[in-house]
Design a protein around this ligand. Structure first.
Ligand code: GCV
Length: 843
């Protein structure tokens, strides 16, 4: 009872499951001291229930109540005492005509804030802007700042959308949310729109608080059945729960829907019956959702139908929809992610290059699009890799507006099982100067519309939250969603500044908590790049399966085009004009010249643009291969420090989130070693060039499971070979045999960390027990598929390889070390090796 009271006094939320994310409204330190500087009542101007100004009033009451324990009332006209007045500029000016002159110019969705001696004025250019202003004020006071200030804030770009890749139906290759690692869809189930859309409303609230104005709820790999009358009614229900937050609904379309759903014998975009069919769809949608944002379309890409099926241009395809939306005020985001994954041939054609596709397809179409078409372009020319140059297509569209597509869900970047704070990467991309016509042309100036003067430009972020209370599957990953919204509003904000805000709102004010989260987050992208794919070679993940664990060999020899062209002596894509695929020539001359020349290409993109020997010297003086080895050791060593850093926070944040994050960081530390060893082993094997420091292939603390005394276990050659230490692991002889692997330790007596590398497949839940001299050290289950949302894999490979560590175990010289594995289902309790590590060592 006493502890409950204490919790109430210090204002700690009891269930910190992540659902409230950064909108926890947890009590600020010394809250009672600030009460005099806060409003006592809220006045909402022209508020209608279910619309943003009304919501803003409610948020102010809830926010100030939670943050400071001060109960506010909502009034329609001015009560006595200090007030927070919130509404649109026009509603305010109607009541106070003389105030008009003193107000700043606001663009759509912008807001004005004036805080003076406890009186707060929050005005939006529109209702949505008023809500944004209220959220901004609450964020400022939640960070402990109750001083007077005045602020005019306008968004950098009008399009600030998020995309969800939610499927109508669970199952299949991608389950409920394609590339989603936070549970099932919050929108759809069993082919329909969910009855209970509470989570959809909560999502809209989070998004509104960071300035997002639209959500495309269904996957770009769209199911035509989204457009049945019943599902359109369902979409209208989603729009209803979004509306109070000023979030508009967008819909992804399947280009072949006239045929698949409408029963027509064609989906040719120039066919009159097709045009009429789509007009009917638009009219029917807008009848139900008058404020619908518009459409998102993926066409002629990865098996999706599109206009090119009928030899029509991509502009013909986009304009078909644009024209049907125009009478309703909607816009279409048409994706530039167009390429043919079937015909690219690496062996026959040195010049073949998937990276060329977007410019090849879109060049010459700039002035052909309707003015409500926006081209949505992934930040790099391939696919959300750990390092890519900015897509050159941004420089080819001067009349038609573009959005940059960023990925919050970490498809190729650790799937939320690895912490990777993405704001620093996004900042680098946005700040990159593309030098169009030899003039400053940063990506951010292009997507704000300032560089070329287009009206419709901005940002699209693939988020893929799910029903998990953490939204993305990991508490720390939520800083990426927060940062996405903040940068889309104002790309000048810094990665650390955004992180500081997010940390305060999410975890509170403790300095140590801030220091730790900042250090982990800011080191996370460089570390991940170091252990997953260096020098612009891309994330060396398994591109044919889950896009998660290491599998460098999977990049080449298939038409997906994420090639490295690694052979025994050389590596990298030659994208030069003089000798390669010509991709470098798609940039404006200054940038093209920089990438064309190996001397002026930055090291971190060397292998993106050039095909070189492993012995090629970098600017650092290292060879390519030695850089690979060193970077993989460095990155994985950094990942180990995340665990010890986080452990400093024990007792300083709530137990629930502390444990949740710790579990993931421990897992990441182990998996970073899997990455390190797989990639190093792979290139050592290919190149035959040894590591100057003698680490690769030499692991003196390891005992290979296949070299232990086996009973019920047998040796198994792993594929790909590099995913196992010594290329082999052990598996139980049958699905029901209990296996034991035993050995005598030769190390001097003392305390050691015992690390067992095993494989946790999605085919069962084996159990393992580790004994020293017949005493149980620990027991664990192969159930990571329930704990981590990352892509499940049925194989013994780099996706499923994991590590379990027991720290500070006493052993004697000659002690018996034994692992007992009990298979379950089709998972044969696989073990790779056991490391007996002197304390403080990791290998
Ligand atoms: C929605 C990548 C992903 C696909 C995704 C596609 C896209 O290829 O792996 O899952 O499909 O990009 O962006 O359309």
């Amino acid at each position: 009872m006493r502890s409950l009271l204490w919790l109430a006094v210090v204002g700690l939320a009891v269930a910190e499951d992540g659902l409230a994310a950064w909108l926890r409204y947890a009590r600020v330190p010394s809250a009672s001291r600030h009460l005099g500087k806060l409003p006592s009542a809220v006045v909402t101007l022209n508020a209608t229930k279910g619309y943003p100004v009304h919501t803003a009033g409610q948020e102010l009451v809830d926010g100030i109540g939670g943050l400071f324990g001060k109960k506010l009332t909502v009034a329609k006209s001015k009560p006595k005492g200090t007030t927070a007045t919130v509404g649109t500029v026009s509603a305010y000016v109607d009541k106070n005509p003389s105030a008009a002159k003193g107000l700043p110019d606001l663009v759509e969705d912008g807001f004005y804030l004036k805080i003076s001696k406890g009186n707060v004025l929050i005005l939006g250019q529109n209702e949505r802007g008023a809500l944004y202003g209220a959220f901004h004020y609450l964020s400022v006071i939640a960070q402990g700042n109750v001083s007077d200030f005045t602020l005019t804030s306008n968004p950098d770009a009008p399009v600030r959308w998020v995309n969800q890749w939610d499927n109508m139906q669970d199952g299949g290759t991608h389950g409920s949310v394609e590339r989603g690692y936070g549970g099932d869809s919050i929108f759809f189930w069993d082919g329909h729109i969910r009855e209970d859309l509470t989570r959809a409303g909560q999502y809209a609230r989070l998004l509104a608080s960071i300035g997002i104005n639209a959500v495309v709820a269904n996957n770009v790999n769209a199911n035509a059945s989204i457009l049945t009358p019943e599902n359109m009614d369902g979409l209208a229900r989603i729009a209803d729960v979004f509306r109070p937050y000023g979030v508009q609904l967008g819909v992804s379309l399947n280009f072949a829907a006239p045929q698949l759903l409408g029963g027509l014998d064609t989906f040719d975009p120039l066919d009159k019956t097709v045009v009429n069919w789509w007009q009917g769809i638009a009219d029917n949608l807008y009848k139900r959702i008058p404020d619908m944002a518009g459409y998102l379309v993926k066409a002629n890409s990865e098996g999706q139908p599109g206009p090119m099926t009928y030899n029509r241009t991509l502009a013909d395809g986009a304009n078909l929809f644009a024209r049907t939306l125009k009478p309703h005020g909607g816009i279409i985001l048409f994706r530039a992610f167009v390429y043919d994954h079937r015909s690219l041939n690496q062996t026959l054609d040195w010049k073949a290059d998937r990276a060329n596709a977007a410019v090849d397809y879109f060049d010459g179409l700039d002035d052909k699009f309707e003015d409500n078409v926006v081209i949505q372009i992934k930040y790099g020319p391939i696919d959300f890799q750990v390092r890519e140059p900015v897509s050159p297509l941004f420089t080819h569209l001067r009349r038609t507006g573009a959005t940059v597509e960023l990925q919050i869900t970490q498809e190729y970047l650790g799937q939320q099982a690895h912490v990777v704070y993405l704001a620093p990467m996004w900042k680098e991309l946005l700040d990159f100067d593309l030098r169009v016509d030899s003039k400053p042309s940063t990506l951010k100036s292009i997507v704000s519309g300032k560089r070329f003067g287009q009206k419709l430009t901005g940002y699209a972020g693939v988020v893929n939250v799910g029903t998990n209370t953490t939204w993305l599957g990991s508490h720390l990953a939520m800083s990426n969603l927060y940062a996405y919204g903040k940068l889309a509003w104002d790309p000048e904000q810094t990665s650390t500044g955004i992180l500081k805000e997010w940390t305060t709102l999410t975890f509170g004010h403790d300095k140590l908590v801030h220091d730790v989260i900042t250090k982990i987050s800011m080191e996370s992208w460089p570390a991940y790049e170091d252990y997953s794919g260096n020098l612009g070679i891309q994330t060396l993940t398994d591109i044919l399966l889950g896009h998660y664990g290491p599998n460098p060999g999977s990049q080449d020899g298939n038409p997906w085009g994420q090639w490295t062209r690694a052979d025994d002596d050389t590596i990298g894509m030659d994208r030069t004009v003089w000798n390669g695929t010509g991709f470098a020539g798609q940039y404006p001359p200054e940038i093209a010249a920089m990438y064309e020349n190996i001397e002026t290409t930055p090291d971190n993109l060397l292998l993106w643009f050039h095909h070189v020997p492993y012995t090629q010297k970098l600017k650092s003086g290292k060879t390519v291969i030695q850089h690979f080895y060193d970077a993989h050791y460095k990155g994985s060593a950094t990942a180990q420090t995340f665990v010890t850093l986080w452990e400093k926070l024990k007792g300083r944040i709530d137990k629930e989130r502390y444990e949740h994050v710790l579990f993931r960081l421990i897992y990441q530390a182990g998996h970073s070693l899997v990455w390190r060893d797989s990639v190093n082993q792979f290139y050592f094997n290919k190149s035959g060039i040894p590591d100057e420091l003698g680490r690769v292939g030499n692991h003196k603390y390891r005992i290979e499971a296949e070299e232990m005394e086996l009973k019920g276990y047998k040796s198994y050659r792993v594929s790909p070979f590099e995913a196992a230490s010594g290329y082999h692991c052990v598996v139980t002889e049958t699905n029901s045999t209990v296996g034991t692997a035993t050995t005598k330790l030769k190390v001097p007596s003392g305390k050691y960390d015992l690390a067992v590398n095993y494989y946790d497949m999605a085919l069962g839940n084996s159990t393992w027990e580790l004994f020293v001299d017949r005493k149980l050290v620990g027991k664990w289950k192969g159930d990571l598929e329930y704990e981590l949302g990352r892509a499940p894999s049925p194989y013994i490979d780099g996706q499923t390889a994991a590590r379990k560590t027991f720290r500070g175990v006493r052993v004697k010289k000659g002690s018996e070390l034994k692992v007992v594995g009990r298979p379950d289902g089709l998972e044969p309790a696989p073990i790779d090796y056991i490391s007996v590590l002197p304390e403080g060592t990791v290998d």
